[in-house]
Design a protein around this ligand. Structure first.
Ligand SMILES: [Zn+2]
Length: 225
């Protein structure tokens, strides 16, 4: 009886493993990555009245491409140890505009973690990052006037328990919150992974519609993906 149970367990586990592998079969890495499309996917804009709050999540996969580094050679890159966001909060006064400073944004920003405790940004920009951040910012803002009003907010890639806050290789999500202040309303920014700019998820096995790797269900036919 015990042997039968063990065999059953083995077969069950094998079926689960094979099934999970099949689930991911449709995903392929895109050969040609469009930096412009990637940036669009990473940018979330929140407009309320005359307030515009925008956040660009700058994940490792984007940053190495933006500064022209070889993705495969970047095993020990300092960029991997941090979650980096470029935040711009502006108020249009009809002709002129005012923007939140770096420290004002720092005070308002937190990441939603796995536990209830909100995670605050690092109070100092790590030295090994500063040069790379400048280069990335130049690419994102195309050296335009908005660069001075865009601020880099940095978090540790792990929560206090050492668990990664987001796994970009899997279906996952990341949420940054800007608390309300005297000048701005509260705003929430959420990103879903894996990134469409990097992953081609193929088509739905049931109805053939083009699908995104982030989806759990096909929106056309309801098929579980
Ligand atoms: Zn479908």
């Amino acid at each position: 009886m015990k042997t039968f149970q063990l065999q059953f367990k083995f077969v069950f586990i094998s079926v689960v493993v094979i099934f999970s592998m099949l689930l991911c079969v449709g995903w392929t890495a895109k050969r040609d990555v469009s930096l412009r499309d990637f940036l669009k996917e990473l940018t979330v804009v929140n407009v309320k009245g005359n307030q515009t709050q925008s956040v660009v999540w700058l994940p490792f996969e984007f940053n190495v491409r933006a500064i022209g580094d070889d993705v495969k050679k970047q095993v020990d890159s300092p960029l991997k140890s941090y979650l980096i966001f470029m935040v711009t909060c502006s108020i249009d006064h009809g002709g002129s505009r005012t923007c939140d400073s770096w420290s004002q944004i720092q005070n308002r920003a937190f990441l939603k973690g796995i536990s209830a405790a909100p995670l605050k940004p690092l109070t100092m920009v790590p030295v090994e990052l500063s040069q790379k951040l400048e280069a990335i910012k130049t690419v994102v803002t195309e050296g335009g006037a908005s660069a001075a009003d865009s601020h880099m907010i940095i978090f540790d890639v792990n929560d206090p328990n050492g668990k990664a806050l987001v796994d970009t290789a899997k279906r996952d999500k990341l949420t940054l919150v800007l608390e309300a202040s005297d000048s701005f309303s509260k705003a929430q920014f959420t990103w879903h992974t894996p990134f469409d700019a990097l992953i081609d998820a193929g088509t739905c096995s049931k109805c053939g519609e083009k699908i995104r790797a982030q989806w759990y269900y096909c929106p056309s036919c309801g098929n579980k993906l």
